[in-house]
Design a protein around this ligand. Structure first.
Ligand code: FNR
Length: 344
């Protein structure tokens, strides 16, 4: 391949990284702001960071939050993945890579993913594919990256917002096939528009055991793709299911789930855990910390979030992760109204 050449897929990955930075808004108001937790003035607790240690896919991690899927498949994404791999290893938290479906067509891009595994040989590494990826390619990806779990992303809104995106969403048969043939844990994931209860229900009945609800309120792929699109599709930016609602839907379905989408700080993490999320995924906040302050900055942020999360747990009167869902919650009226209409 001539030097400097990038495929359309690789170029898209680079554009996503650039636009995710351009549209980043750390303070953006979202559904977590409409969820409140009741705090005992006399908690009878002490701050103990060791209580954050937990199990994830048969390995120990130092915290219930992790770096969620972002990139791979281009020169810039290789730099990012190498850094994320280092940070995940140092901080002993899980790392999900961005979609590796590109490897089914361009296997010379493997290195841009593998750098994360080579920097973090023993940690939890989650690989990510689109729901159309052939099982054979998935087996290869899992083996080459020695993956601990597989995320399959459902991203209809993003595909429609993408000028070159898919227009055929008959995905269930391939998901069933993957589910039958792949023997590591499978996580069905949205990309920031939220998983709805019926979809969770259908896939639960097909044997899927983990869901990453990836609700709206953080990174907005309609906004990112709209910036790449000649046609204005900005109306798609507001059709996502807010993270708190999507989490309540997953809870109602009694599945294991990850809360992600718009997690901005340790309080959002705590709120996600009180909603019964098993783990909490964070994407763009961590990426932008790396962009601004490098590997050291991201390591410091994660180390500090662990301390702050442990402090919050003490403030709210709890002594372990398992008891967090018992913290009393209340909602602002707009969110409560949506919950009343949607959660049955
Ligand atoms: C993403 N996200 C994503 N998700 C996925 O399943 N596969 C992917 O390849 C990507 N790629 C990607 C690139 C970039 C640059 C960003 C910022 C995000 C979506 C991501 O995993 C997550 O669901 C959303 O970003 C919402 O979480 P945050 O960013 O609000 O924490």
């Amino acid at each position: 391949m001539e030097k400097g050449y990038m495929s359309i897929r690789s170029e898209r990955k680079e554009e996503h990284l650039k636009l995710a930075q351009m549209f980043f808004n750390k303070q953006k108001y979202n559904s977590f702001d409409q969820l409140h937790l009741l705090r005992p003035a006399l908690p009878e607790t002490n701050v103990d960071p060791t209580i954050l240690t937990t199990e994830m896919f048969n390995k120990s991690v130092s915290a219930p939050f992790f770096i969620n899927a972002m990139t791979g498949g281009s020169p810039k994404s290789k730099i990012v993945n190498q850094a994320l791999g280092k940070v995940a290893a140092k901080e002993k938290i899980a790392l999900a890579l961005g979609s590796a479906s590109i490897l089914a067509k361009e296997d010379d891009q493997l290195d841009s993913f593998y750098v994360a595994r080579s920097k973090n040989p023993d940690g939890i590494l989650i690989v990510n594919v689109n729901p159309e990826t052939p099982v054979k390619a998935i087996h290869k990806i899992i083996q080459e990256l020695n993956a601990d779990a597989l995320q399959i992303h459902l991203n209809t809104v993003q595909e429609i917002a993408m000028p070159e995106g898919d227009r055929d969403f008959h995905w269930l048969d391939n998901i069933k096939e993957i589910c039958n043939q792949v023997n590591i844990p499978i996580i069905i994931k949205e990309v920031g528009f939220g998983l709805d209860q019926n979809t969770i229900h259908i896939l639960k009945n097909e044997g899927i055991q983990y869901f990453d609800i990836a609700g709206s309120g953080g990174t907005n792929f309609a906004q990112i793709e709209n910036a790449r699109n000649k046609n204005d599709v900005s109306y798609l930016e507001d059709i996502g299911l807010p993270t708190v609602i999507s989490a309540l839907m997953a809870k109602k379905e009694q599945v294991n789930f990850i809360v992600s989408g718009g997690v901005r700080n340790p309080l959002d993490i705590l709120k996600g855990l009180t909603l019964s999320g098993q783990y909490i995924g964070i994407s763009n906040v961590f990426l932008q910390e790396f962009n601004q302050n490098g590997i050291d900055g991201l390591e410091n942020l994660i180390a500090s979030w662990k301390k702050q999360l442990a402090a919050l747990i003490a403030i709210y009167g709890k002594k372990d992760l398992a008891s967090l869902p018992s913290i009393p919650k209340y909602y602002d009226l707009p969110l409560k109204t949506q919950i009343n209409q949607l959660i049955r």
